[in-house]
Design a protein around this ligand. Structure first.
Ligand code: AMP
Length: 158
């Protein structure tokens, strides 16, 4: 099954954090990275007094379960020493399961499609790059992408 992961980081060596996170996904069993978006720099959402984020997204092909994939994401975050201080605050690494092909879930533990996809340009921009039709699996984000302001996000060269 294919899965789309969103990555965000705004502490430490941000580009290096993304590289190390990608390496960690490459080490997951029964999982391959099939596509990378480029990297974007975005203004912090919610709590403004913090550094800008780097964001990107990946498409994985995996045969591990959605719950195991969530566990892997939380484990990779924990490996970066992530401490959850407060909601929308700075973080070394944030990993979100954005979408999974043919799978939905609406529990507190795991919501797929991720409920914030349509509201965040730092998710919509990399997603559009991976799915230029504006439809990812069955999920249509084209209208949200077109209407969403993009003045708080720009391409970032690493
Ligand atoms: P946050 O760090 O704010 O992204 O929240 C992480 C928590 O959200 C984890 O404990 C997950 O169980 C839960 N969660 C629910 N849906 C998802 C998802 N699609 N991807 C990642 N975490 C999720």
């Amino acid at each position: 099954m294919k899965a789309v992961i969103g990555l965000g980081t705004n502490m430490g060596e941000r580009a290096e954090n993304l590289v190390q996170a990608i390496r960690a996904f490459e080490l997951l069993p029964h999982t391959k990275i099939v596509k990378y978006s480029s990297v974007y720099e975005s203004k912090p959402y919610g709590y403004a007094e913090q550094p800008n984020f780097l964001n990107m997204a990946l498409i994985l092909e995996t045969s591990i379960s959605p719950e195991a994939l969530l566990g892997a994401c939380l484990g990779i975050e924990a490996g970066f020493g992530r401490i959850r201080r407060f909601k929308n605050g700075p973080r070394i690494l944030d990993l979100d399961i954005l979408l999974m092909e043919g799978y939905t879930s609406d529990t507190e533990l795991l919501r797929v499609p991720h409920p914030q996809i349509l509201n965040r340009s730092f998710v919509l921009c990399p997603l559009y790059e991976l799915f230029p039709s504006g439809v990812a699996f069955d999920f249509d984000f084209s209208e949200a992408y077109q209407r969403h302001p993009k003045n708080d996000i720009q391409p970032y060269r690493i």
